[in-house]
Design a protein around this ligand. Structure first.
Ligand code: URA
Length: 185
C-alpha cells in the first residue's frame, strides 16, 4: 500500500540513516503541489534552505522561481525537492552513501506526486535518477522517458549564476518542458 504524505514526512523528520542529520538545523523534505504535473529535483539543501526547512529558497532558488515564471508556472503549481533532505557540510556534493540513504524518500515522493514531467537540476539529480554515467553537459536538453514519465536534465540554477553563458541552453530546456507539459495534458 502507498505511504501517506504524513507518514513520509514523519519518516523524513525522524531519519538518521546517514551522518548528515547530525549537523543540520532543519530537514528539507520538499514542498509544492502534491499532485503536480511537473516535479523538480535538485541536489540538496544549502544554507538558506537548512535555515528555513524549505527547498530552493536561496539565490539559486530565486533564479529557479523566475525560470518557472518564464514558462508560466508558479512554485505552488510544481513540486520541488532534492536528492538529499539534509544539508551536506559546506554545500559539498552528497556522498554516494548519503544519497543512497535518502533515495527511498525521493522514490516515495515520486510515487505520491505521480508527475508527468521531471526537471532534473544538475549532475547529482541526473546521476541518481538516470544512472551513474550521467553527464550534465552531454545529457542536458534531451528527454529520457522512464516508466511513462519524461525526465529533462538541465543545468542546476547555481551553475547558471556562476556562468551566465549557460542560460541560453537552460532556456531551451525549459521551453521543451513547457511543450512536453502541453503534449501530456
Ligand atoms: N541547491 C539545491 O540543489 N537544492 C536546494 O534546495 C537549494 C540549492
Amino acid at each position: 500500500m502507498e505511504i501517506s504524505w504524513d507518514e513520509l514526512n514523519r519518516q523524513i523528520a525522524g531519519c538518521q540513516n546517514c551522518a548528515l542529520c547530525r549537523q543540520i538545523h532543519h530537514k528539507v523534505p520538499g514542498q509544492g503541489n502534491p499532485q503536480a504535473r511537473l516535479m523538480l529535483i535538485g541536489e540538496g539543501p544549502g544554507r538558506d534552505e537548512d535555515e528555513q526547512g524549505l527547498a530552493f529558497v536561496g539565490r539559486a532558488g530565486q533564479l529557479l522561481t523566475r525560470m518557472l515564471a518564464a514558462i508560466g508556472l508558479s512554485r505552488e503549481e510544481v513540486y520541488i525537492c532534492n536528492v538529499v533532505k539534509c544539508r551536506p557540510p559546506d554545500n559539498r556534493t552528497p556522498l554516494p552513501e548519503e544519497a543512497a540513504a535518502c533515495l527511498p524518500f525521493l522514490r516515495m515522493q515520486f510515487a505520491l506526486v505521480r508527475p508527468k514531467v521531471i526537471l532534473l537540476l544538475g549532475a547529482t539529480a541526473g546521476r541518481y535518477t538516470l544512472g551513474e554515467d550521467f553527464r550534465v553537459t552531454r545529457d542536458r536538453g534531451h528527454f529520457v522517458q522512464k516508466g511513462g514519465v519524461w525526465f529533462m536534465p538541465t543545468y542546476h540554477p547555481a551553475a547558471l549564476l556562476r556562468d551566465e553563458a549557460k542560460k541560453r541552453d537552460a532556456w531551451e530546456d525549459l521551453k521543451a518542458v513547457r511543450e512536453k507539459l502541453k503534449e501530456t495534458e
